[in-house]
Design a protein around this ligand. Structure first.
Ligand code: ZN
Length: 868
């Protein structure tokens, strides 16, 4: 049986075979018997069908499955049928001896398969020597689990039963109805029939798993499942699930649609989590957590991912996109909803500031010529997989947020409620949502939203404040923003629901709304005194970059802490850096702004700054003259070191999360990035103390301290760290230690980490993450690329499709023209269909990075020299 190796697929995009809609499944009776030791499974499927017209052919999806004993019901009898596999189309053709009349029938198969190895379909996983089987069926891998109509619009009911060893837990979408003891240590577990579901939302988990105690929201029991020994890490997830479910039921004004909610921590899992109806699967790091020793960022992420998946129970599961074209709507909505729900649960976490980091990633990607519109035609499974990116999730969520702002929260919510009720247990398209929102708001939603989802890219809005006769106005011009300053003007336009923040000379602040529809418009601001400065994207509510004129920018910069909120300061930093990249501002403008943020009190702003500052160190400093590196790092130390020194390494009693995380952000800037020697030496010392006693270090410092110690470490430190991976007490610790193995500078240690990527030491789910981290390490990236090329056949087997894309994404750190050619040539010879777009984007980044360095390195060198 062929395994799913992406490299084997053909090169050009081809429309997948779609099964004809005249034959529709209504119910699947499925019995599955996995053999965890042998890595195989057997099953029987009986599918109730409705034929809308007479036919002598039935097509079902099935791939990597061996079908046998196929029969179809014919009146009161059943007859054997011929099954012809068409592997290229991932379907089987069932040939009937004669035409079957329209009406109801039932088709049944026996089938056998092997548990997949690439974390997709029905796959095998191992933890602590125990074997498990899990499903991951989105987008199109249900067909590797059982023969089915594997498209989201073919919703049906499912009744699962599973035969396995009595010691195993078995979890599926529905509650267990009864268990039958079969003797010789085996049992059969029968599940209740599900409501109507799309195939990609089915789930099955088999193996020695334990459950937490049960919590309830209304009549819904909630449990967290995990491999043995991790029960003490479930409390936080239960709390977050209860908080999320309560708020979501209220938002949708509709009870949770399934009979129970199981959250399952899967020891080897490709994505972050998967919204299987009633049986949500997660990476362990995103579910099992010890809140006392975790970083605030880890807690936020766990809560956000849980809320995201639970939002899908309504939005995605109960109402499902008709085809993968509208995948974005599922993901954009769930992403937006997660931040909304957690922000309501923990206002002190200021989740929308956290969202800014995600939005920044979407802005970055969408500034490339090789971006794509949010709405993208999907022809085949590879393209569906490719669309799980920052455009679909984060740009989509930003657009949803913008529409909510524009319509008002109440009108938006009633439209969503209407949409969910209207299409429950069925399918819908984006147009159905716009219609419901138009009905609830009385506003033209379609017109505003379509430009955002059907066009690639986003606008840059140049805002120039003009004074005349004692009054001020704002001259606005929009054009598509490109990271490439030489890109041609596309003449694209967006309807822009803008909110302007306007400050008076006396210090008062007001908001002014404006829907910009033309390329160029003028907005009256009122008297000069009441409109001294303007910030052209209040609360960062719009997915566009404002470009302020020099005088206005200077006023904003001088009044940073009072004029702008933390989210706006993050926005300003990101917009100014983008303006430099796109050729709209000199690099000095960004450096001056960054230099003013040494005493910034908000950690999100500092974290937002770290990205561009690291980029400059990696890509521009090397071309800025012999002394540039020392000067740059000296400037970073001088800018951020004093604030770190003032906070010290240890938290004061009763210190707030805000201060604790700010300390960690400053450690990253003044310690990791500036490579300060005294901070580095102290970090190495504290690393050893931390390994001996976790309480020896403020938890938020763990990432930074471990990374710095590894960066400076020798073979002895490597061995300590490797031992710590094995002895890790939580999934987050394990992740932290494992990834830091990629931070060492000594070539022999880089090679040890590379070798481990081909062994079981690193679970399949993490191999891609280790490569990404190695590419981020200046001393490791060239070795890494050479290793990947040399061992490609073995490497490809350890990189599931989404991970390959992320590795391809990381290659531009290699910088040079020669490497660009090499990367292009290598993936031409070894094509990866799920990473076609990622490769185009990576090659574009190589070019853009080189161009930016050519354009700015001299100025950077001069600016640094002028600082002494
Ligand atoms: Zn999702």
């Amino acid at each position: 049986m062929p395994s799913k190796t992406p490299a084997k697929r053909s090169g050009s995009p081809k429309a997948a075979f779609r099964v004809p809609p005249q034959v529709r499944p209504t119910h699947y009776q499925l019995h599955i018997e996995p053999n965890l030791e042998a890595g195989t499974f057997a099953g029987e499927a009986a599918i109730e069908l409705t034929l809308e017209q007479a036919t002598d052919r039935i097509y079902l999806h099935a791939v990597d499955l061996e079908l046998h004993d196929a029969v179809i019901r014919w009146g009161r009898d059943q007859e054997p049928v011929q099954v012809v596999p068409r592997p290229a189309d991932e379907v089987v053709e069932v040939r009937l001896a004669r035409r079957l009349p329209a009406g109801k029938t039932r088709i049944a198969f026996g089938f056998r398969g092997v548990l997949q190895k690439m974390l997709r379909g029905f796959y095998g996983a191992t933890s602590e020597g125990r074997r498990y089987a899990f499903t991951q069926l989105e987008a199109t891998d249900a067909r590797r689990f059982f023969p089915c109509f594997d498209e989201p619009s073919f919703k049906a009911r499912f009744t699962f039963s599973v035969t396995t060893e009595a010691k195993n837990a078995v979890i599926s979408n529905s509650p267990v109805e009864r268990e039958e003891a079969l003797g010789s240590g085996r049992k059969r577990v029968h599940f209740a029939t599900t409501p109507r579901l799309s195939t990609y939302l089915c789930a099955l988990c088999v193996g020695e798993l334990e459950a937490s105690e049960e919590r309830r929201v209304g009549r819904t029991p909630i449990r967290v499942w995990h491999v043995p020994g991790k029960g003490h890490l479930t409390e936080f997830a239960l709390e977050a699930a209860v908080a999320s479910l309560t708020r979501l039921e209220d938002y949708f004004s509709l009870d949770y649609p399934y009979d129970k909610l199981d959250l399952i921590a899967v020891p080897d899992f490709e994505a972050g989590a998967m919204e299987n109806a009633g049986a949500v699967t997660f990476r362990e790091t995103l579910l099992l957590i010890d809140p006392k020793n975790a970083t605030l960022a880890e807690k936020k992420r766990v809560a956000e991912v849980i809320a995201h998946e639970l939002a899908h129970m309504w939005y995605g599961d109960l109402v499902t996109m008709a085809w993968w074209n509208d995948l974005w709507l599922n993901e954009a909505f769930a992403t937006w909803m997660a931040f909304r729900v957690i922000d309501a649960w923990k206002p002190e976490w200021r989740m929308w500031n956290n969202f800014e980091h995600h939005r920044a990633a979407a802005f970055g990607l969408d500034a490339l010529a090789n971006t794509h519109p949010i709405y993208t035609e999907v022809l085949n499974p590879a393209q569906a997989t490719e669309n799980f990116d920052a455009i679909t999730y984060e740009k989509g969520a930003s657009v949803v947020r913008m529409v909510e702002n524009y319509l008002g929260a109440n009108a938006f919510r009633s439209g969503v409620r209407k949409y969910i009720r209207r299409h429950r247990e069925a399918n819908a398209e984006a147009a159905d949502l716009w219609r419901a929102l138009e009905e609830s708001s009385g506003q033209k939603v379609n017109q505003v939203v379509r430009a955002w989802i059907e066009q690639p890219g986003f606008p840059l809005v140049a805002a120039k404040r003009v004074e005349k006769d004692g009054t001020a106005s704002l001259d606005l011009r929009q054009q598509r923003f490109f990271a490439n300053p030489k890109a041609e003007n596309t003449k694209q336009r967006w309807p822009l629901p803008m909110v302007l923040k306007i400050g008076s000379k006396r210090g008062s602040v007001r908001l002014q709304r404006h829907l910009m529809t033309k390329a160029r418009e003028r907005v009256e601001l009122g008297s000069v005194a009441t409109s001294a400065w303007v910030y052209a994207n209040a609360a960062e509510g719009g997915f566009y970059r404002p470009l302020h004129d020099e005088q206005n920018l200077a006023l904003l910069s001088q009044n940073l802490p009072t004029a702008l909120t933390a989210a706006e300061r993050m926005g300003l930093v990101g917009h100014q850096w983008a303006a430099v990249r796109g050729g709209h501002a000199p690099i000095e403008s960004f450096l001056d702004l960054a230099g003013r943020l040494g005493d910034e009190v908000d950690f999100d702003v500092l974290d937002g700054l770290a990205g561009p500052l690291r980029y400059i160190d990696d890509y521009i400093v090397p071309d800025a003259g012999a002394e540039a590196r020392a000067r740059y790092r000296g400037w970073l130390s001088a800018t951020f070191g004093p604030a770190f020194a003032q906070l010290g390494w240890d938290a004061a009693a009763g210190e707030s999360d805000d201060v604790r995380v700010r300390r960690a952000s400053l450690l990253r800037l003044a310690g990791e990035l500036a490579e300060s020697e005294p901070i580095g030496a102290e970090a190495s010392r504290r690393f050893l103390a931390y390994l001996a006693d976790r309480a020896a270090l403020e938890p938020n410092l763990a990432d930074g301290v471990v990374a710095i110690a590894a960066r400076r470490g020798d073979a002895a430190v490597y061995d300590r760290l490797l031992a710590a991976v094995g002895g890790a007490k939580t999934p987050q610790e394990r992740r932290r230690f494992q990834l830091a193995l990629a931070d060492f500078g000594v070539p022999a240690l880089v090679k040890r980490t590379l070798a481990s990527t081909l062994s079981e030491e690193i679970p399949t789910q993490d191999v891609g993450l280790v490569y990404m981290r190695l590419f981020a390490n200046a001393d490791a990236r060239e070795h890494t690329w050479a290793f990947i090329k040399k061992n490609w056949t073995a490497v490809a087997k350890r990189l599931p499709p989404m991970m390959v894309s992320r590795v391809v994404d990381s290659t531009p750190t290699l910088r040079s023209k020669e490497y660009r050619r090499d990367v292009a040539a290598f993936f031409k010879a070894h094509p990866v269909p799920t990473a076609r777009r990622a490769l185009q984007q990576a090659l574009e980044r190589f070019d853009l990075n080189a161009e930016l360095s050519r354009r700015t390195a001299k100025s950077l060198g001069r600016w640094l020299a002028s600082r002494g």
